[in-house]
Design a protein around this ligand. Sequence first.
Ligand SMILES: [Zn+2]
Length: 174
Amino acid sequence: MSQQLPEFIDPFHQADKRGQLHGHLAVKNLRRLTDILYSNEGDFAVFMVFGKEGRQAFCELSLDGAVYLKCQNCLESIEFKINTMTKLGMVNSFEQADKLSDEYEPLLIKDEKVLLNDMIEDELLLLIPVFPKHTHCKFESLSSLSLVRPTLNQAAVIKKNPFSILSDLKKNGE
Ligand SMILES: [Zn+2]
């Protein structure tokens, strides 16, 4: 088994020969992905097992690594770990994709040769949240609220005082 991933694969041929591929893929080579990331550091361990179940050709794609997303709250980096296995059912058309059993994600193949980076990038794009946020960013926004609160409290104190003065006056008057 090669440690080096090929640039192109023929998925149906791989399924026929029950091929296995593994290697590493640098995040910086995934252009559509790096467009939405905080940084293009990091890489993924990729493990692919091809085969057939009945007449259905499939590929089990395992990805293990991390990307750095941009927090939509503070615009700082968030490490987003990905450790996943997806079972892809190979299809030639949308009709075939519709008929695919639920255990497979459809992998639409138009040409004999598929650019491996593209195929993996498609999977990664599905896994990444559209509006990533730090979990602690909730607290950051709370602390920015608490910066506002003292002013609100002061205003409340000022508003409250005339009444307490009034009630004090009433009490005194009674
Ligand atoms: Zn954040």
